[in-house]
Design a protein. Structure first.
Length: 471
């Protein structure tokens, strides 16, 4: 039984989809005006793991992530770079897809863009005006926060205690400082779309409501995002959506904890701001995913190079076992001992961990306990049956690869399928062995170093020399 913490109810609840086995899941994507930072990467990776685990459990997940491709920041960048706003959005959208692919994040079912859903946005704004929840002031349309009696039910904030914060625009046209823009009247030189209230563009909050309802229905299962979006973004989404559709908006709200850099809040002004692209240049995607998986998704994370180095080192245990499995399966000799390994025990521990509000730290601990026990079993038995290695491999594919994404067996298979590459490496191994037999240790060492330069690691054993490619 899967249980999760619902930000809306402030309780851990049993997960019961609206239309099982189908699950609708929406996550707030990037505003494409720059490369996304490593804090965003945590949100995207943890949401990806949750989506993967739901699929592991047998659910059909429709996973929608929006792209905000028109926004004040995009317009500002277009002015700075002297290119159209659409070019800015196109450039950084492409970079976003490149980076999430490198992070091994599964593609969403849909990536709707604000500029491609203007009709839906206008329709929802009109419904809000008709319902008395929004008002037009000279081409600017605002949502009337005071019209929604349960405003603050997600964040726990109360209207009469709220003061305008950093992200709340203060404009004289507003009836209340907390009211927010649904439609922004265009300024000279800005991109615009036509509406019955005049030329303009959508506000930030309305796009998520319009696009999520369009693609997942007026009420859907899961809405996820960073803790920083609880207020005002998600609070505003709930109020405007429920005012427009007159029905509950989302059943379960999931939020991801903040990221600190060396125990300080990540900030450009402090000089500790890192893009995901910069971190990927130094560390593998698997290490980044393992690092984030070692903390619970709702808690804060302190991002340090030492912890990332430790994650890279920890991955070596998985990679070495992967190499041992591949070596044993390639030899494929009949016979061998069946050690009676208790695979169901580890499978249950893994699912129990993730059923408990997606407890990835415990799930990671199960995997490394599994690796330790497998290595012990291999060391204690001279020859194991091939079925044992197949079962080990299948367990790691289902858990460490398919769910957590901290090691890839698919890439390993693709490399192994290259018969020409394998034959050339084996030929060099034979030449190296001959050089060693002839006491030409310099040549043998040169071959080893050259192969390491191409990422090919040689491992000398009693039965000969094995090789694997280092990620």
């Amino acid at each position: 039984m899967l249980k999760l913490y619902n930000t809306l109810t402030k309780k851990v609840e049993e997960f019961v989809p609206l239309n099982s086995p189908n699950v609708g899941m929406y996550i707030c994507g990037p505003t494409v005006y720059d490369y996304f930072h490593i804090g965003n990467a945590r949100t995207f990776i943890m949401a990806d793991i949750i989506r993967r685990y739901l699929e592991f459990k047998g659910y059909n997940v429709k996973y929608v992530m929006n792209l905000t491709d028109i926004d004040d920041k995009i317009i500002k960048k277009s002015i700075e770079e002297k290119i159209p706003a659409s070019n800015v959005a196109g450039k950084y959208s492409e970079a976003f897809f490149e980076d999430i692919q490198k992070l091994r994040i599964k593609p969403a079912t849909l990536y709707p863009k604000a500029t491609e859903n203007i009709d839906e946005i206008l329709s929802m704004i009109k419904a809000l005006i008709d319902n008395g929840a929004a008002y037009n002031v000279d081409g600017n349309v605002f949502y009337n926060v005071s019209s929604f009696k349960s405003y603050g039910k997600l964040s726990g904030k109360k209207i009469d205690e709220l003061e305008s914060g950093a992200r709340v625009e203060i404009m004289e046209e507003k009836q209340n400082p907390l009211d927010f823009a649904l439609w922004k009247k265009s300024k000279e030189g800005e991109p615009f779309w036509k509406s019955e209230w005049g030329n303009g563009r959508p506000g930030w909050h309305i796009e998520c409501s319009a696009m999520s309802c369009k693609h997942l229905g007026e009420t859907f299962d899961i809405h996820a995002g960073g803790n920083d979006l609880i207020f005002p973004h998600h609070e505003n989404e709930i109020s405007q959506s429920e005012a427009a559709i007159q029905n509950p908006f989302v059943k379960y709200w999931l939020h991801f904890g903040f990221l600190n850099i060396n125990k300080e809040k990540m900030s450009k002004s402090l000089g500790n701001f890192f893009t995901a692209r910069e971190v990927l240049a130094k560390y593998s995607s698997e290490a980044i995913r393992l690092f984030f998986s070692q903390a619970h998704y709702r808690g804060p994370v302190d991002f340090t190079s030492e912890l990332l180095d430790a994650a890279e080192k920890g991955l070596e245990k998985l990679k070495n076992l992967r190499s041992a499995i591949d070596s044993a399966m390639n030899k494929n000799k009949p016979g061998g001992v069946d050690p009676g390994f208790d695979f169901p025990h580890f499978e249950k521990r893994f699912t129990d961990a993730l059923d408990d509000d997606f407890n990835t730290p415990q799930a990671v601990a199960v995997i490394f306990d599994f690796v330790k026990e497998v290595n012990k079993t291999i060391a204690e038995n001279e020859k194991l049956h091939l079925n044992f290695y197949i079962a080990v491999r299948n367990f790691l594919i289902k858990t460490a690869d398919d769910v957590l994404g901290i090691i890839s067996f698919e890439e390993k298979e693709k490399r192994s399928d290259s018969s020409l590459e394998s034959e050339l490496i084996k030929m060099l191994i034979d030449i190296r062995l001959k050089a060693k037999n002839e006491k030409n240790f310099q040549l043998a060492d040169d071959i080893r170093k050259k192969l390491e330069g191409f990422g090919i690691i040689l491992k000398d054993t009693k039965e000969g020399t094995d090789f694997f490619k280092h990620d």
